[in-house]
Design a binder for this molecule. Structure first.
Ligand code: C5P
Length: 294
């Protein structure tokens, strides 16, 4: 931030566990999730300019809508609406490094990073809670992605995703993210759910990588079955990751990105290289998540 421009990472959000525990009267599902944030993601760069502009670059730029349906522009406009006065024009550049509709937060994280960047650039002085309330109107994942973009602290998210609490003793994780390019629609996955009243996620209790993986093996992603009906090959990705000696592998969010946790960063990098040589067209990222601050 130099007064004229701000750059922010919109980190990939990984649902380490996702339990669907009920449904609200308005159709939104009640969730119980354990979420971590990666050091890889999209980039948002915003600078003051004469007129509003929005442009997109990066490997996955082609799927990004450039009109007002884009969550980045919705975030900008939500701030303008709240302040009821004209805030200076800005040029927003989104570097789209994460695949679209892939279960790792993409659009929500971009919008969250935009809210944080504009709060700084326009010197609005809004706190995280105020930004989260504004963000929730744009999407259920927005509040948690805001915390992710602000600090990266791992979280438990409940409600429809907006009741957040930090998780203690989560180590930074060496992780591989894999997606073959299939976009999966979140509303369609929720519609395909067979069971909406499932047991809650066990209370997070771990102190080490080993105990975290033991804990994760007792959790689920309740959207996996529904996602498999829409994109059956997700099962092969999970098998493949487990075959590379991952400590734990699961699908993130509504899919189709799968993640695998490895003992070391070298193991994650090696698995990434092996998979990339076989599947050059896939999104394959060896990354590290942010650990708990306490
Ligand atoms: O809130 P967002 O627009 O990101 O959610 C996309 C869709 O996912 C919603 O329209 C809804 O169909 C589904 N969803 C849900 N329960 C949640 C979050 C999302 O049913 N907690």
């Amino acid at each position: 931030m130099d007064g004229q421009s701000v750059t922010r990472l919109a980190p990939a959000k990984i649902n380490l566990a996702l339990h669907v525990t009920g449904r609200r009267d308005d159709g939104y599902h009640l969730l119980d999730m354990l979420v971590a944030f990666a050091d890889t993601g999209d980039l948002i760069h915003i600078e003051k300019s004469k007129a509003d502009q929005f442009y997109v670059s990066g490997r996955y730029k082609d799927g990004v809508p450039l009109n007002s349906g884009n969550l980045v522009l919705k975030a900008r406009d939500a701030l303008r609406e709240k302040f009821g006065r004209v805030l200076p024009a800005v040029t927003i550049h989104l570097e789209k490094n994460l695949p679209i509709a892939s279960g790792i937060g993409g659009g929500s994280s971009d919008a969250a990073a935009t809210l944080l960047a504009l709060n700084d650039l326009w010197e609005l002085g809004l706190g995280l809670d105020e930004l989260a309330a504004l963000g929730l109107a744009l999407g259920a994942d927005l509040p948690m992605c805001l915390h992710g973009a602000a600090s990266g602290t791992p979280l438990v998210a409940r409600g429809i995703g907006e009741e957040l609490s930090p998780v203690a003793h989560m180590p930074a994780l060496s992780m591989l993210l894999v997606n073959d390019g299939t976009a999966v629609s979140t509303p369609e996955v929720f519609r395909a759910l067979q069971s909406r009243d499932n047991p809650a996620m066990p209370q997070p209790a771990f102190h080490s990588l080993e105990s975290l993986c033991r804990y994760l093996r007792a959790t689920r992603n309740d959207l996996l079955g529904a996602a498999l009906t829409l994109a059956p090959h997700i099962a092969q990705k999970l098998d493949m990751l487990r075959g590379h000696q991952a400590l734990h592998a699961q699908m993130s969010g509504s899919g189709a990105t799968c993640f695998a946790i490895f003992a070391t960063q070298e193991d994650a990098e090696q698995a990434a290289m092996a998979l990339r040589s076989k599947h050059p067209g896939w999104f394959i990222a060896a990354t590290r998540t942010t650990g708990s601050q306490g």
